[in-house]
Structure formats: structure tokens, C-alpha cells
Design a protein around this ligand. Structure first.
Ligand SMILES: [Zn+2]
Ligand SMILES: [Zn+2]
Length: 364
């Protein structure tokens, strides 16, 4: 976004930007006399020049108008690139650097929320977030720790250095803006340049696309990042890795990566929150006579349990504090006894069990 030179009121009056009020007045008087239409009747261009001089003086002689004009010039002179990067500080009304400077700023206000694609912008555009899902082995979920994760990333194409054009191919001038990268239009007293929306201000368009990125200027690769898996992580937990997502093309912050953890199954251990559960199968003799069983905890410890005579299937025992730890809370290890019913495989076994059952008064 740039102001165009012919509306430079200082230049029109032939004074410097630091000229005093007196100097401006002196210069105006001199020029007004010289270019007055009454004394130049045979030259129609003079009238135009005189109008310009009067306009310039009406602005520069008025301290309030001059202030506005200087502000607009200072801003417009920065070029649209800077302009596109401009982020109004929080609490600044209207998103312009002028505050309430009145008419001129009002006139330009509409431009300040345009980026170089011509769309309205309010905030710096943040890079996109990346969402990934990973499976964490059961044991790693217990202990937590670092885990290397492959993340797809976009890079500037090395072949074309991001231009999108095949190296060595001819660059074509943008026909829309004639290669200038900007188009002009009038806004009130000012002619304003705006970036060309066809070539995004580049002034050139791609004739032969780069074969490696197909003209996008971007290639994809995989980057490895180390992620800290929290100790005791439960399935469905999402871990955020800040600032490792996609880069912002508009000067904003990069996005984040959100990693959703699935926790793998374990052949023996089941998880229930911070508690761990295991089933301990015993045979009917162990159940009837009582037995000692050894149970492994998730922490690798072996614990011996005494099952009394007459232990029933479904009996639960608790190993306190042998579950998972998370946020200073620790779960328990629950042991569930499962009594296995024997399969009768011959006539002798059948006879023995029948004898026992009759003795006990069981019916079947
Ligand atoms: Zn390329
Ligand atoms: Zn263009």
C-alpha cells in the first residue's frame, strides 16, 4: 500500500517536510502568483497546477490536517509489505496506527485491515496445528519419558528455492499488473497502489512449474521431534507440543502439534485409570486346599499371595500403591482370582468327581 508521488503536497509547494509554517506560506504565495489562472489564460495546464497548489496549501497550512497528512504519508511510505506485517497493539481502536486523526485516517482506515491477498485481517495468522495419533506401548505409558515422533513438515522447495518455477525456465510477466506486482486505484484525493491479487505482488507468474514441488514452492518431508510422554498417561490423552506445527506465512506464530495417545494393550495387565488389574487363574485343588501364588506387578516386582482354602472365583485382592502414578497420585494393583473348572477327559475322572459330588450332596 503506497501513496503515489504526484500527491506529495510538499513537492507541489516546493518545500521540505521540515519547512516552517512561514516558509510554507511564503512558497505558496510565490507559486500562487506565478500560476494564477488570471495571468495564464492561454495555458489550460496552469489552472490544474494552481488547483493542486491551493489543495496542498489548504492541507499544509492547517496544523490538524497537516498532522493527518503526515501520518498517512509516513504510513503509506512504508510500502504494503510492511503494511501487511503491521499488527495493531492490543486495545488500539480500529486497528490503525492513527487512533482518531479524523477524516484522512477515516479514508485510509479501510485499507489497514487488508493483507496482500486482499482479504480482511485482524490478527496475525497463526500457522496451522498438526494433529497426530500415536500408540504408546503399555510399559511406556507407565513410566512416561521421551518418545521420537515423525511429523510431516512443509519446507521451501530446494530445487526452485520456493519460486515454484522450474530452474532455468523463463519467468512470465504477470499480465494482470504488467509485471509491476501492484495495481493502482483512486481513493479520495490519493491514488493508492494495492498488491496484484493475480501474482500476489510478485509481478511474475509461473510458466513452467518446478517438477519437484509442482509449482507450489513447498515440499513435504518428515521431521523427528522428541515428545515427553507424561508418566501414567491414559489412553485418549492429548499432548501439546508448542510451536512445532506449520509455519505461518504471514508473520504469525507457528502452529502447535497435538498428539493423541492410544495406550497399547498388555497380555496380563489391564488398566482402569491408575489402577492395574490382573487375573490369577487357579485350579480347583488350589481353590479348595488353598495355595500360594506369585504375582508380577507393573513395576517388575514379584509379590507372593496366600490364597486360603476355599477361595472362590472372583475373589479380589489389592496390592496397595502398586498401580500407576500420575500427578502424585498412585493407584493399586487389583488381583482377581479365577478358578478354572477342569475338563473331564475319561471315565475314571468322571467316576471320581461323581463320587465326590454325591458325598457333598450336590445335584447336577
Ligand atoms: Zn520447487
Ligand atoms: Zn500481477
Amino acid at each position: 500500500m503506497k501513496l503515489v508521488g504526484e500527491k506529495n503536497f510538499y513537492k507541489i509547494l516546493g518545500v521540505t517536510e521540515t519547512a516552517s509554517k512561514e516558509d510554507i506560506k511564503k512558497s505558496y504565495r510565490k507559486l500562487a502568483k506565478k500560476y494564477h489562472p488570471d495571468s495564464n489564460r492561454d495555458n489550460p495546464h496552469i489552472a490544474e497546477r494552481f488547483k493542486e497548489i491551493s489543495e496542498a496549501y489548504s492541507v499544509l497550512s492547517d496544523p490538524e490536517k497537516k498532522k493527518q497528512y503526515d501520518a498517512v504519508r509516513a504510513w503509506g511510505g512504508g510500502g504494503y509489505r510492511d503494511f501487511a506485517q503491521y499488527q495493531p497493539p492490543d486495545g488500539m481502536g480500529g486497528g490503525t496506527p492513527f487512533g482518531d486523526l479524523g477524516d484522512i485516517s477515516e479514508m485510509f482506515r479501510s485499507f489497514f485491515s487488508f493483507d496482500d491477498h486482499g482479504t480482511r485481517r485482524k490478527k496475525p495468522e497463526q500457522g496451522k496445528d498438526i494433529h497426530l495419533e500415536i500408540e504408546i506401548p503399555f510399559e511406556q505409558a507407565l513410566k512416561g519419558g521421551k518418545r521420537s515422533i515423525a511429523v510431516p513438515v512443509e519446507d521451501v522447495c530446494r530445487t526452485c528455492k520456493g519460486s515454484g518455477s522450474k530452474p532455468g525456465s523463463k519467468v512470465q510477466k504477470c499480465s494482470h499488473c504488467g509485471g509491476r506486482g501492484s495495481v493502482s486505484f483512486n481513493q479520495g484525493a490519493f491514488a493508492v497502489k494495492k498488491p496484484c491479487s493475480y501474482c500476489y505482488g510478485r509481478g511474475t507468474v509461473i510458466a513452467t512449474p518446478c517438477p519437484d514441488c509442482r509449482g507450489s514452492g513447498i515440499t513435504n518431508r518428515v521431521k523427528k521431534i522428541a515428545v515427553e510422554i507424561p508418566k501414567g498417561v491414559a489412553g485418549g490423552t492429548t499432548v501439546r507440543v508448542k510451536g512445532q506445527g506449520r509455519k505461518s506465512s504471514k508473520g504469525g506464530y507457528p502452529g502447535d502439534i497435538y498428539i493423541t495417545c492410544r495406550v497399547g494393550e498388555h497380555p496380563f495387565f489391564q488398566r482402569n485409570g491408575l489402577n492395574v488389574q490382573t487375573e490369577v487363574p487357579i485350579n480347583i485343588a488350589q481353590a479348595a486346599f488353598g495355595t500360594k501364588v506369585q504375582v508380577k506387578t507393573v513395576h517388575g516386582k514379584t509379590v507372593q499371595l496366600n490364597l486360603p482354602a476355599g477361595t472362590n472365583s472372583g475373589k479380589r485382592m489389592k496390592l496397595k500403591g502398586q498401580g500407576l502414578t500420575k500427578d502424585e497420585k498412585t493407584g493399586d494393583h487389583i488381583i482377581v482370582v479365577q478358578v478354572l473348572t477342569p475338563q473331564i477327559s475319561d471315565a475314571k475322572q468322571k467316576e471320581l468327581l461323581e463320587t465326590f459330588a454325591r458325598e457333598k450332596g450336590f445335584s447336577w
